[in-house]
Design a protein around this ligand. Sequence first.
Ligand code: ZN
Length: 98
Amino acid sequence: MEKVYPFPNEDVEDLLGELLERNLLELPEPKKLDEVDKVDHPKFCKYHRMTNHKTVDCFVLKENIQALIDDGTIKLAGNQTVENKATADANPVFVLKK
Ligand SMILES: [Zn+2]
């Protein structure tokens, strides 16, 4: 069964960009150096930087985003708000625009 995440698939790429910008997430070392720039490949994952699956299908990335939501580092705004009182003020708040 497919796991359901509190963020829509179409936002995964944007989330990745935001998280990298805020240094909340680090990209893993690319396994295939000859694939890191194949960004136009239909199955290029911007997280793993290889042509194995699309970024939106990257469950490792989704698990990492979920972990950041779970520990309160990021918070999704709008109708998918994840509240965390203890850390909401101390940490940068990611606002997911709808
Ligand atoms: Zn991936």
